[in-house]
Design a protein around this ligand. Structure first.
Ligand code: NAD
Ligand code: DAU
Length: 343
């Protein structure tokens, strides 16, 4: 029986991962530790609470007492998703990113070391590598060069994991994935925001010239990759995860509009993101060659299914788009709004 502590399991990728693990590993038990910030939502796990193999603990990864109590309950491995995850928010205000992403990770590492936890996965991001030119892709040996406070906080956490592995012989592994999309993603990120806006015939705010490139992977493929690393990855190593599916933001916007039968006039160019990384692209060769992992979901199919999910789950969208979200989004959008005619 494998008993997992999953942090941030009420968020987008964490909730998809909990469903993935419970569906594929009948002998697994899961403890989900989540603070339930604006991004954490127990609706993402509807139905899962009935599974006797699942336990939810509302708490902060920075809280040593809470984390220690869970680890004392007998945990075999930790999969650490919990984070402040949105680049634009980190530009507006950075403290929470350092608190959760750096201090919170250190707290987990230290307690896992003391309690001799058998395996620890740090769920990191390709953003730690910074921005790419038109050629090449990020490998595990690409130097870290984060450009946003979010990316800097994730890179700091990765370096702490590395230091624990080297100094304490700690069983840590880092995964770095490219941009995820799929069900239950909070609609402040590009794809769910554009789908929700397009459904409601609201403008799609494209930053700068819209020619920034992201490398998209369906969250289901990411979950399968994390599971592979959990089962077969080598301690002290880094694994890049990506599906070799690069698109400009404009191309993504156009595909969403086409799929929903909406007019391209909804595309609204707005002020650029400061420090905006031009291009990300992951080289997933190590995952493919060493762990025999392959992504299964082509972008076209995954995007269509995701659009369908957001259409079917309009109540979920309405719930998360209320309250604190609206205050944030109004502020962001007003600050950025600069149509082509203003230029
Ligand atoms: P998310 O923002 O949807 O979810 C984050 C979760 O962490 C939420 O449930 C939130 O309540 C919880 N959380 C935040 N602070 C906490 C704290 N102090 N203690 C306990 N719980 C806390 O994020 P996501 O998009 O699901 O990303 C999950 C992880 O994957 C992050 O570490 C992120 O850096 C990484 N990642 C994300 C992507 C992506 O495209 N979304 C790609 C690569 C890596
Ligand atoms: O690459 C992995 C990272 O992907 C994760 O580590 C982050 O947690 C996740 O948020 C994501 O970061 P990005 O900054 O790439 O994602 P975001 O969805 O915020 O933006 C994607 C691209 O779309 C980026 O070039 C900015 C642009 N954009 C975004 C928004 C929200 C727009 O043009 N308009 C928008 O309204």
């Amino acid at each position: 029986m494998l008993k997992l502590l999953i942090t941030g399991g009420a968020g987008f990728i964490g909730s998809n991962f909990i469903r993935y693990v419970l569906a594929r590993h009948p002998d697994a038990q899961v403890v989900n530790l989540d603070k339930l910030t604006y991004a954490g939502n127990l609706e993402n796990l509807a139905g899962v609470e009935k599974d006797s193999r699942y336990t939810f603990v509302q708490g902060d990864i920075c809280d040593a007492e809470v984390v220690a109590a869970i680890l004392d309950g007998g945990i075999d491995a930790v999969v650490h998703f919990a984070a402040e995850s949105h680049v634009d928010r980190s530009i507006l205000k950075s403290e929470e990113f350092v608190r959760t992403n750096v201090v919170g990770t250190l707290n987990l590492l230290e307690l896992c070391r003391m309690k001799k936890i058998g395996r620890y996965l740090q769920i990191s991001t390709d953003e730690v590598y910074g921005s790419l030119g038109p050629e090449s892709a990020f490998t595990e040996n690409t130097p870290l060069a984060p450009n946003s406070p979010y990316a800097a906080s994730k890179a700091s956490a990765d370096l702490l994991v590395r230091s624990y592995c080297r100094t304490h012989n700690f069983p840590g592994i880092v995964t770095r994935c490219s941009n995820n999309y799929g069900p239950n993603q909070f609609p402040e990120k590009l794809i769910p925001l554009f789908i929700s806006n397009a459904v409601n015939e609201l403008p799609l705010p494209v930053y700068g010239d819209g020619l920034y490139v992201r490398d998209w992977i369906h969250v289901g493929d990411h979950c399968a990759a994390v599971d592979k690393v959990l089962q077969q990855g080598n301690e002290g190593e880094v694994y890049n995860i990506g599906a070799r599916q690069e698109y400009t933001n404009l191309e993504v916007a156009r595909r969403i509009l086409r799929e929903l039968g909406r007019d391209e006039s909804l595309i609204t160019f707005v002020q650029d993101r400061p420090g905006h990384d031009r291009r990300y692209a992951i080289d997933p060769t190590r995952m493919e060659n060493e762990l025999n992992w392959r992504p299964q979901i082509p972008f076209e199919d995954g995007l269509r299914e995701t659009i369908e999910w957001y259409r079917r789950n309009s109540e979920w969208v309405a719930n998360v788009r209320s309250g604190e979200y609206l205050t944030y989004y109004d502020r962001m959008y007003k600050e950025r709004k600069r149509t082509l005619s203003d230029r």
